[in-house]
Write a new protein. Structure first.
Length: 575
C-alpha cells in the first residue's frame, strides 16, 4: 500500500467511523424517546392480564402512559422541526453550465482523474476560499437522482446528490487555469466521502439540528409558539452538543481523505498555487477595505472588483520584491477565460460582495449605483472629499467658529454673515491654543450618523440582480438568511472620533489642493483614494494632518502645503 493510499484509506475509514458514532447519538435519542412508551405498554399489558393488581400499580401505569405520550409528542415535534428546517446556505452567485462550459469541463475532468463524483453545480463566492456545500433539503431523498458526468450516469449507480462546488471569484481572475485546477483538486476530491451513505446521513442530521436551533431562536414568533419552540430548541441544542466532537472529527478526517486522494494530481503545482491563494487573499482584503469601502459608504459599488484584484496584485508585485516574478504568470491563460461572460460574473460577484460586507439592496437605484474603475476618481474620490469637507464646515458653523487671521503668512476673511469655506479656517481653529478638538470630532460623528440615517434605507427585497441574467438563479441569494441585518460580515470596526476628524481634515486639504494647486483625485489600487500632484501620488499627507489634529501643531502641514503650492485663503468648492 502506498503512502498516499494509506493516508486516504485511513482518513476515509476514520470519517466513516465518526459518522457512525454521530448517528448513534440520533439512535440513542430515539431510543430514549420511545423508552417511556415501552415501559407503559409493559405495565398496561401486565395489568390487563392480571399480573399486577389494581391500586397503586394502576396509577403508576397510567402516569407512565401519560408521560410516554408527552415524550412522544415532544420527540415528534423535534423530528418534524429537524426535518422541515431549512439549513442556511452561503450566499453565492449561481454559475450555470451554459455560462461556463469550459469551467464545468475542467471540474469534471478533474473528478474523473480523482475517480470521484463530479459536483452537481458550480457557484461563485466573493471571497478567497473554495469549498463543497450540500444543497439538498433535509426532507429530500438523497438518493433520488444519479450523478451524471460527460458520459452519462456515473458507473450506473444511484448515489446521493453531489454537493455544489463554491469557488472564490478572486481566484478566477488572479489564478491561471493550471493553478486553479491544482487548488480545486483537494476540494473536488471531497465529493467522494460525501457520497458515502453514513457520512451523508450524519451531515444531514447535524445540519438539520443546526437549522432547528436557528428556527427556534428566530424572533417574531407568537406567544403560543414560544414555549414549544423553546423546548424544541433546547433539545436540538443538547443533541447538537452531543454531536459536536464527532462532527468536527468526521470533517477533519474527510478533509484528510480528500487531500490524500488529490496528492497525485498536480501536487508540485499546488505548492506554488497555494502561494497565489495567500497573495490573492491579501490583495482582496486591501481592495475591499481601502478601495471598495469608501465607494460603498457613498452608495456606489465598484462593478469590477475581481478585475481590480489583478490590478492591485500587479501593483503589489511592482512595489514589493517578495512578489517579484508573479506578474510573469500573467502571460498565461487566466482562469476567468473559462467563463463565457466574465464581465457579467464579475459584476454579479461585486454586487454580492457589496451587500455582504456593507449592505444594500439587490438592485441598483438612485442611492445605490455601480461605478467603473475609470470613473472612480471623479465619482467616488472627489465626491468623498467634497462631502466630508462640507460636513466639517457645517459642524464648524454649528459651533460658531468663524474665519480668523490665519496661521502663518496666509489668511482668510469672513464674508457676509457666514464663514467662507477655506482651509485656513480649519487650520486656525485646530491650531488655536485651547481649541476643543474633541468637541469638533464629536460633532462630526453626530453629523455623520445623521447623514447615514437620512440616506436611502437598505433593503434586501427585490429580485436577485446579483445573477446578472445568468441561468439558474431565481431568488435573492440572501433571502435564506432571514431577518439578519446587513452587513453579514462588517469589514471595519466603527471609527474613533480622532480618526473621523483626521479623515475630514485630510479631505479638506485634498479639496484645497485640487481647487488651488492643480492636483487631481486618483485611485491607488492598494491604498484607495489618492491625491495626485504633477501626475504622482502624494502619500505624505497623513502625518502633518495628525500633528495638527492631535497636537495642535500646524507647522508640518503648512510646510507641506507650501511645497505643493496650496492656497489656504481661497474658497473651496464643497459640492
Amino acid at each position: 500500500m502506498s503512502g498516499t493510499g494509506s493516508v486516504e484509506e485511513l482518513g476515509a475509514h476514520a470519517a466513516r467511523a465518526r459518522a457512525v458514532a454521530l448517528l448513534r447519538v440520533r439512535s440513542r435519542a430515539t431510543a430514549l424517546a420511545i423508552l417511556p412508551a415501552g415501559v407503559a405498554v409493559v405495565l398496561l399489558v401486565a395489568g390487563a392480564q392480571g399480573h399486577i393488581g389494581p391500586g397503586v400499580w394502576s396509577t403508576v401505569s397510567w402516569a407512565v402512559a401519560a408521560c410516554a405520550v408527552v415524550v412522544l409528542l415532544l420527540a415528534a415535534a423535534v423530528a418534524v422541526t429537524v426535518a422541515r428546517a431549512r439549513p442556511a446556505v452561503s450566499p453565492t452567485v449561481p454559475l450555470a453550465e451554459a455560462a461556463a462550459p469550459d469551467l464545468y469541463r475542467l471540474v469534471r475532468d478533474l473528478a474523473d482523474r480523482l475517480d470521484v463524483p463530479a459536483p452537481s453545480a458550480i457557484e461563485l463566492t466573493p471571497d478567497c476560499d473554495s469549498w463543497l456545500e450540500d444543497r439538498t433539503h433535509p426532507a429530500a431523498q438523497p438518493g433520488a437522482k444519479a450523478l451524471k458526468g460527460p458520459g452519462g450516469t456515473r458507473r450506473g449507480r444511484r448515489v446521493p446528490a453531489a454537493p455544489v462546488l463554491v469557488i472564490g471569484s478572486p481566484f478566477l481572475w488572479w489564478m491561471r487555469v493550471a493553478e486553479l485546477r491544482a487548488v480545486l483538486a483537494p476540494v473536488v476530491a471531497g465529493t467522494g466521502p460525501s457520497a458515502h451513505p453514513d457520512i451523508a446521513a450524519a451531515r444531514r442530521f447535524v445540519r438539520g439540528l443546526d437549522a432547528a436551533v436557528a428556527d427556534a431562536a428566530a424572533p417574531g414568533q407568537v406567544f403560543v409558539r414560544r414555549i414549544p419552540a423553546a423546548c424544541v430548541g433546547w433539545i436540538a441544542r443538547m443533541l447538537l452538543r452531543g454531536c459536536r466532537v464527532h462532527a468536527a472529527e468526521m470533517e477533519r478526517c474527510v478533509a484528510a481523505a480528500a487531500s490524500g486522494r488529490a496528492q497525485e494530481v498536480d501536487y508540485g503545482l499546488r505548492i506554488a498555487a497555494q502561494e497565489q491563494v495567500g497573495l490573492a487573499y491579501a490583495g482582496w482584503d486591501r481592495l475591499l477595505t481601502r478601495v471598495a469601502l469608501p465607494a460603498w459608504r457613498m452608495g456606489r459599488w465598484p462593478s469590477r472588483l475581481d478585475a481590480g484584484v489583478v490590478s492591485a496584485l500587479t501593483e503589489l508585485s511592482r512595489r514589493d520584491r517578495l512578489a517579484d516574478g508573479f506578474t510573469s504568470r500573467l502571460g498565461e491563460r487566466p482562469a476567468c477565460d473559462l467563463i463565457e461572460e466574465p464581465g457579467a460574473a464579475d459584476e454579479a460577484a461585486s454586487l454580492l460582495a457589496a451587500r455582504l460586507f456593507h449592505g444594500g439592496p439587490a438592485e441598483t437605484g438612485p442611492g445605490w449605483a455601480p461605478v467603473d474603475w475609470q470613473q472612480y476618481p471623479e465619482e467616488v474620490v472627489d465626491r468623498k472629499w467634497r462631502t466630508e469637507a462640507a460636513r466639517l464646515h457645517r459642524v464648524l458653523d454649528a459651533m460658531g467658529v468663524a474665519a480668523s487671521v490665519s496661521v502663518g503668512a496666509q489668511g482668510a476673511a469672513a464674508a457676509g454673515g457666514s464663514a467662507v469655506p477655506t482651509l485656513a479656517r480649519v487650520i486656525d481653529h485646530l491650531a488655536t491654543p485651547g481649541a476643543d478638538s474633541e468637541a469638533l470630532a464629536e460633532g462630526i460623528g453626530a453629523a455623520l450618523a445623521r447623514d447615514e440615517e437620512t440616506a436611502e434605507p437598505r433593503s434586501r427585497t427585490g429580485s436577485a440582480a446579483a445573477d446578472s441574467g445568468q441561468a439558474g438563479a431565481g431568488t435573492d441569494p440572501l433571502d435564506l438568511w432571514g431577518p439578519v441585518p446587513l452587513p453579514l460580515f462588517p469589514l471595519q470596526p466603527p471609527r474613533t472620533g480622532t480618526e473621523l476628524l483626521t479623515d475630514h481634515v485630510v479631505a479638506m486639504v485634498c479639496c484645497a489642493a485640487v481647487d488651488t494647486a492643480g492636483a487631481a483625485p486618483g485611485l491607488d489600487w492598494l491604498d484607495g483614494p489618492a491625491l495626485l500632484v504633477d501626475g504622482g501620488r502624494r502619500s505624505d499627507l497623513g502625518s502633518p494632518v495628525l500633528s495638527l489634529v492631535e497636537d495642535g501643531d500646524a507647522e508640518p502641514l503648512l510646510s507641506w502645503l507650501t511645497s505643493v503650492g496650496v492656497r489656504t485663503d481661497k474658497p473651496v468648492r464643497l459640492s
